[in-house]
Design a protein around this ligand. Structure first.
Ligand SMILES: *Cc1c(COP(=O)(O)O)cnc(C)c1O
Length: 385
């Protein structure tokens, strides 16, 4: 069953590593602070439903997504607990918030008015802008924030802000982050002083948990670190916390062929064989999440524990690698795009570096047609490639 589920290209989710990362992050935080995993963008490409299901099974009872549709998908799949929508929901979709028991972010005072106007009770968290200048009512506009607390139809369960420089542990970024944190707590104090019950507070995402761990919060919204990575290869390799990657990306060798010296391969004749060689076609392409910028020598894949350089242009559904140095390769063999094979390893951080982006983007662009397969250690050993 496992074999047929793999098909042409697939993602393996190492759920042991997910549980491990959860434990590591949990230990960094005060006992009173719960982890609210960010499972937006299909759980950073991993697959929102299998990831949230696994986290539900180990007791996680709060999640955040970007859109109401993502929240509804989780709820329809039986995910329990609070599901917070971090982003914009169109007023026509407010009914979905109630139907799927979702919690909406109050984007600012004006949006609070729209939510209030819906006429039915809606659970919300209020976003406070403390300096990122993305979503949230400005922390200085305390009168506007107090107005949100007066809305009769809003059940205010939480209030949060987002740090925009918590990944850079240098001045002036540390100072800026501390100012954001102070501005947020000042709002919370004022709310209490005005006689309102203080809702649950949250500030940190992954870097916030790692670099500013001793805040007095009820939740930490962790995404990338829970998946065992940080945004760059360098940060991931230098991270003091013992995080393990959850995702591996694999595909089948769909064909192996000989290329004579001087013959070209792929679109635009971009690769011309410098000598007689052997090439392998892989049944995975940029629509599956392999960045096209890795074309023409921009990266490698692993086959039978050895590196096979990418040659020619990566296509939508296929790509070509040089397997001259791996004579035993056969059709139907497995190629590892992200993950390990023998003693070799290619990390998402390495791919991100080669593609001139961050791991978050590489992961969140994993294609929808790639099967997600949950594996645990025992299974991994029995199907070692
Ligand atoms: C995506 C997101 C997070 C999670 O960020 P990571 O850096 O992946 O931990 C937290 N909060 C907000 C508001 C987000 O948009």
């Amino acid at each position: 069953m496992l074999a047929s589920a793999m098909g042409r290209a697939w993602i393996e989710l190492n759920m042991d590593n997910l549980r491990h990362n959860y434990g590591v992050l949990r230990k960094l935080l005060p006992d009173t602070c719960q982890i609210m995993p960010a499972v937006k963008a299909n759980a950073y490409g991993h697959g929102a439903v299998p990831i949230a299901r696994e986290l539900n099974a180990i007791g996680v009872r709060a999640f955040c997504t970007a859109s109401v549709q993502e929240g509804a998908e989780l709820r329809s799949s039986g995910i329990v607990g609070e599901i917070l929508i971090l982003g914009y929901t169109h007023p026509e979709d407010f009914c979905l918030l109630r139907k799927y028991r979702l919690t909406q972010t109050v984007l600012d005072a004006e949006y609070a008015g729209a939510l209030e106007g819906f006429g039915e009770k809606i659970h919300v968290h209020i976003a406070i802008d403390t300096g990122m200048h993305r979503l949230g009512e400005r922390s200085e506009n305390i009168e506007n924030i107090l107005k949100i607390f007066q809305c009769k139809n809003l059940i205010i369960d939480g209030m949060y802000t987002h740090l925009c420089a918590s990944d850079i542990m240098e001045e002036p970024y540390i100072d800026y982050t501390r100012k954001q944190i102070r501005a947020f707590y000042k709002v919370a104090e004022r709310i209490k002083a005005e006689g309102y019950r203080c809702p649950k507070l949250h500030i940190q995402s992954s870097y916030g948990v790692l670099n500013y761990r001793n805040l007095n919060c009820d939740y930490a919204r962790t995404g990338i670190a829970l998946y065992g990575l940080l945004s760059t290869r360098e940060d991931t390799e230098n991270c003091a916390a013992d995080l393990l990657p959850v995702l591996s990306l694999k595909a089948r060798v769909s064909a192996v062929k000989e290329l004579k010296a001087g013959e070209a391969a792929g679109y635009g004749l971009q690769f011309v064989a410098p000598h007689d060689m052997k090439i392998a076609l892989l049944s995975i392409g940029y629509a599956d999440g392999v960045p096209r910028s890795l074309s023409c020598g921009g990266g490698n894949v692993l086959i039978a524990g050895r590196k096979a350089p990418i040659i020619g242009r990566i296509c939508m559904d296929q790509m070509t690698v040089d397997v001259t140095g791996i004579p035993e390769v056969r059709q139907n063999d497995i190629a590892v795009i992200i993950g390990s094979s023998g003693d070799e390893k290619i990390s998402a951080g390495e791919i991100a570096e080669q593609a001139d982006t961050i791991t978050n983007e590489v992961l969140s662009r994993m294609g929808v047609r790639v099967n997600r397969i949950c594996v645990s250690e025992n299974q991994l050993k029995s199907q070692a490639v």
